[in-house]
Design a protein. Structure first.
Length: 277
């Protein structure tokens, strides 16, 4: 198996920058161990776990990786897909080491429903980066479909990257996201947004540098020279898009809205129960 965090023969690294696991996302069907094995089989070199408002998938990986032999050396990076109150879903990547008062700030990211402006201030004050997931896709979870996004397009400048390709987004949404990233001169990322096994390995972000950890990932995306800047293969936009019917799209939006409301009520109930105890 290739050492996935190190370049070889001049090839770019392939990293899936949007991944969900059933250990961390209630709507995902793939466990982290199976996900890693499938990526290895398909020649993808690493993954960023971006479970919904949760690090449980990454934490599970940390517990089991030493039991998986060679697969346990696969590059798995820690991220989150944060559900903001007014700006849709945002991918957040924090540094490896967080110290002092920044620890308390980072814990705020565990509280779902912050405004996108509040989230941006917290993430950047810690030294992390963030960018909108599927910014033009269907539903309230796409930044450009939110009222805030429409009224405050200047906020896009505060993002560190744009997810320009998402394997389960509409082709037109990916094209619009790509055009947006080019116009703003922002680094582009691609990810499968996998919730089902058949989507694994259908898209990736290419990096021209070694990626061993979150700090490497942040440095590459923020590199002022552009030498480490990631890219998205153009053939993804022409060959690999998936079109969903309008009924499937609407069911997905409604289903995720219901899931969000149930999870919010669950956490509110849990905090209330804890206070009473």
């Amino acid at each position: 198996m290739r050492n996935v965090s190190t370049l070889r023969n001049g090839e770019n690294l392939k990293i899936d920058m949007h991944c969900h696991t059933n250990e961390g996302s209630i709507d995902a069907r793939v466990g982290i161990a199976d996900y890693v094995n499938e990526l290895i089989n398909k020649g993808v070199d690493g993954m960023l776990i971006t479970d919904h408002n949760s690090y449980k998938g990454y934490e599970h990986w940390q517990r089991i990786k030493n039991e998986l032999g060679a697969a346990g050396h696969f590059t798995v990076l820690k991220g989150i897909e944060y559900d903001t109150r007014n700006g849709g879903h945002i991918i957040v990547i924090l540094p490896n080491t967080i110290k002092g008062s920044d620890i308390m700030k980072s814990r705020l990211i565990g509280i779902r429903g912050l405004s996108v402006a509040h989230l941006e201030k917290i993430v950047h004050s810690i030294g992390g980066i963030l960018g909108p997931a599927h910014p033009y896709d269907t539903g309230y979870y796409a930044f450009m479909n939110t009222r805030f996004g429409r009224l405050h397009p200047e906020f896009l400048e505060k993002f560190d990257f744009i997810e320009s390709y998402n394997s389960v987004a509409k082709h037109s949404a990916n094209e619009s996201a790509r055009e947006l990233a080019i116009r703003l001169n922002k680094p582009q990322t691609a990810g499968t947004d996998t919730h089902r096994p058949e989507v694994i390995g259908t898209s990736w972000t290419e990096f021209p540098c070694d990626i061993h950890c979150n700090d490497d990932l942040i440095a590459a995306i923020k590199d002022p020279t552009g030498a480490k800047r990631p890219s998205v293969p153009y053939e993804l936009f022409t060959n690999m898009h998936r079109n969903r019917g309008p009924i499937v799209e609407k069911l997905g939006v409604v289903g995720y809205w219901i899931y969000n409301r149930i999870e919010v009520l669950y956490h509110v109930w849990g905090r209330h129960k804890h206070k009473k105890a």
